[in-house]
Design a binder for this molecule. Structure first.
Ligand SMILES: Nc1ncnc2c1ncn2[C@@H]1O[C@H](COP(=O)(O)OP(=O)(O)OP(=O)(O)O)[C@@H](O)[C@H]1O
Ligand SMILES: [Mg+2]
Length: 309
């Protein structure tokens, strides 16, 4: 449904995208992840036809975004980084106006507006002027305008930014319901968000794709890097150097020291189970072993790992 091929973008001399390619199939929800300045918004602006690429091509439903820009826009709903609300309009009139400029038939405008007001939870706010909306509700109106013409493809640039925790959950649920019928690309800095809402993930850094996988595969990769959490009670002054000498331990660091307890994280070399040896060492040091558990890398750590290297 969305096919991006060798997309490169320069702003003057500054390269924002470097030959990125990916495909999102019909009904898929794809998460576009990357640190500030990675190129997420640039890619989204090109996919939606608001910016032209320096090189490469984007096809939406088989149509080229540059050559068939008008046809592509009919098929795409776009929530930009800064939703362009007309502050003097009420939510309802703003949505009606958007329905008209996006080619919704005159007799279907009312139904379309009612539909997005309901889907985006704007029932209490449709009479309010946009200027009086809180940030979170402005974001909802931004999502509502993106959906008003019931597009096949939704491109959402940081849809949950600025929302409170309850709204975040609601908007994530909403986005999940788009999948299946709609094709969705959303950008975020938040890895768990991708985990919760997307089937596919692309991590970009400095204009390049560093990870492109299904969310399930990305999660499956994580337990490989074994981190152990160990808590002991007693005089642990010798423990660290003893553990460092165990075969299969690649590093140990003290995390917290309380009055009589100390906690460490220990990283083992790939596929070596060092837990029995750690337990023996703790006991041999006349310490009490309070806790010993695997803490696999969090998604955040994976993200930092792939973007910092
Ligand atoms: N209009 C512009 N002129 C010049 N450089 C730009 C312009 N827009 C973006 N850039 C640069 O292009 C790079 C990618 O920016 P982009 O906004 O696409 O990143 P992003 O991944 O959306 O970041 P964020 O998470 O902060 O929104 C950055 O280095 C940015 O400074
Ligand atoms: Mg951005």
């Amino acid at each position: 449904m969305v096919k991006v091929e060798n997309l490169t973008k320069y702003y003057g001399l500054k390269q924002a995208l470097d030959k990125i390619s990916f495909t999102v199939n019909k009904g898929e929800v794809m998460g576009f992840l990357g640190p500030n300045g990675a190129g997420k918004s640039t890619a989204m602006k090109i996919i939606t036809g608001f910016l032209s690429p320096t090189e490469g091509a984007v096809k939406v439903d088989g149509l080229d975004v540059v050559e068939d820009s008008l046809e592509v826009r009919k098929r795409i709903g776009y929530l930009p980084e800064h939703p362009p609300l007309y502050l003097e309009m009420t939510v309802k009139s703003y949505l009606e106006f958007n329905a008209q400029i996006k080619g919704v038939e005159r007799k279907k405008v009312k139904d379309s507006v009612d539909r997005v007001i309901e889907t985006c939870g704007l029932e209490k706010y449709y009479k309010i002027h946009c200027r009086a909306l809180s940030k979170g509700y402005r974001q909802r109106v931004g999502i509502a305008q993106a959906m008003i013409h019931d597009p096949m493809v939704l491109i959402l640039d940081e849809p949950t930014i600025g929302l409170d925790p309850i709204q975040i959950v609601e908007i994530r649920e909403l986005i999940k319901t788009f999948g299946g019928e709609h094709t969705v690309i959303l950008s975020t800095h938040i890895l768990p968000e991708v985990d919760m809402t997307c089937e596919k993930v692309i991590i970009i850094n400095d204009g390049k794709i560093v990870v492109q996988d299904s969310t399930a595969n990305l999660r499956a990769r994580i337990p490989n890097a074994d981190h152990l959490f160990v808590e002991v009670r007693g005089d642990a002054t010798q423990l660290q150097s003893k553990i460092e000498n165990i075969n299969g331990v690649s590093s140990i660091s003290e995390v917290k020291k309380n009055l009589d307890t100390t906690t460490y994280t220990i990283v083992s070399e790939d596929s070596v189970d060092i837990r029995p040896e750690i337990a023996r060492t703790v006991i041999n040091e006349n310490l009490e072993l309070l806790e010993l558990k695997n803490t696999s890398m969090t998604l955040e750590e994976v993200f930092i790992n792939v973007t910092m290297t």
